[in-house]
Design a protein around this ligand. Structure first.
Ligand SMILES: [Mn+2]
Length: 278
C-alpha cells in the first residue's frame, strides 16, 4: 500500500531521458545538457565546496585560499576527518570569523552566488532531487518555474512511474543534507513500485561505492538494495560516487547505473526507453 502523492507530468511520450548528477558548479556544460532529450533529470550536488582536481576552485578556496583547500582535501582523502575539521577551525580563526552565526553567513553568501548561477543554467523543464551537499531551503529560493523538486514522491508520465529520493545518509563527512537511515528507508517504501528509481546515492554494493581516486568507500544505502530486491524496477539511476570502481551492477532484473560525475564529464547519461516502454 502506497500513500505517496503521484504527480502527473505533462509531456509527450518519453523515450530518451538525460540524467545528470554531481554537477558541482559546472554551469557552462549544464546549459546544453537537455538538448535532444524528452525529459531532463538532475540528481543533485549542484554546488562546489572543494574541487579535488583543481583546488583553486570552490567555496573553500574562495573563502580560505587555495593552499588551505589543498591541505583540507589531503586530510579528507587520507580519512583524517578530525584533522580536516581542525584545519577549518584554524582557517576561520585566521579570517577573524569566530561566531558560528558569522561563519554560516560568510559561507551562505558564497553558496547563494553558486545557486544563482546553477539554477540559471539548469535546463527547463527539469525533474530534480537533492544531493548530500545541497541545501533544500535555498533551492526553493533559486529554482525557476520549470524546475520540479521531487524527494520521496513519484512522477508518472504515460504510465511510466519514476520514483525519486534525494540526499545522503548521516556520515562522518557531515555534509548539509544527510538523512537518518530509517527516515531514508521510509521515503523509499512510500514510493511503492516504480519503473525507474532515481536517487543521489547508490545501493550498498562495494564495486559501486568505492571511489578509486578518493580511495575510500562512499556510503551506499542497504535500504535501496532491499527496496530494489522487493520491487524490481527496470532501472535505478544514481550519482554521488565520482570515480566508481564499477559504473553499473544488477540487483535481480534491475540495472543499477551511476550516471557519472557531471563536473568532470560534462555530458549527461542518456537512458533510452524505446524498447522497454510504450
Ligand atoms: Mn557529489
Amino acid at each position: 500500500m502506497t500513500h505517496v502523492k503521484v504527480i502527473t507530468w505533462h509531456c509527450d511520450l518519453v523515450v530518451s531521458i538525460h540524467v545528470v548528477s554531481d554537477v558541482h558548479g559546472e554551469a557552462a556544460a549544464l546549459e546544453g545538457a537537455a538538448v535532444g532529450s524528452d525529459l531532463f533529470v538532475c540528481l543533485g550536488d549542484l554546488i562546489l565546496y572543494l574541487d579535488y582536481e583543481d583546488p583553486s576552485h570552490g567555496i573553500y578556496a574562495d573563502l580560505f585560499g587555495e593552499e588551505h583547500a589543498r591541505a583540507y582535501i589531503t586530510a579528507r582523502t587520507d580519512g583524517r576527518f578530525e584533522d580536516a575539521r581542525e584545519l577549518s577551525a584554524a582557517a576561520w580563526a585566521r579570517l577573524g570569523i569566530i561566531a558560528p552565526h558569522d561563519r554560516r553567513s560568510a559561507m551562505e553568501g558564497l553558496i547563494r552566488k553558486q545557486y544563482d548561477a546553477m539554477f540559471s543554467a539548469m535546463p527547463q523543464p527539469a525533474l530534480m532531487t537533492y544531493g548530500n551537499v545541497d541545501l533544500p531551503a535555498l533551492w526553493d529560493e533559486y529554482r525557476q518555474p520549470g524546475h520540479r523538486l521531487i524527494d520521496g514522491e513519484v512522477v508518472e508520465i504515460d504510465g511510466l512511474r519514476m520514483g525519486f529520493v534525494g540526499g545522503g545518509l548521516v556520515s562522518p563527512m557531515r555534509t548539509p543534507y544527510e538523512i537518518e537511515p530509517d527516515v531514508y528507508a521510509a521515503k523509499l517504501e512510500q514510493l511503492g513500485p516504480v519503473d525507474v528509481l532515481f536517487t543521489h546515492i547508490p545501493p550498498q554494493i562495494p564495486e559501486l561505492t568505492y571511489d578509486v581516486v578518493a580511495r575510500r568507500f562512499e556510503f551506499g544505502c542497504s535500504a535501496i538494495n532491499s527496496y530494489i530486491e522487493r520491487t524490481q524496477p527496470r532501472f535505478h539511476l544514481f550519482g554521488h560516487v565520482h570515480q566508481p570502481l564499477h559504473r553499473r551492477a544488477r540487483i535481480g532484473r534491475t540495472e543499477c547505473i551511476n550516471v557519472g560525475h557531471f563536473n568532470a564529464q560534462k555530458v549527461p547519461y542518456v537512458l533510452n526507453l524505446d524498447v522497454q516502454h510504450g
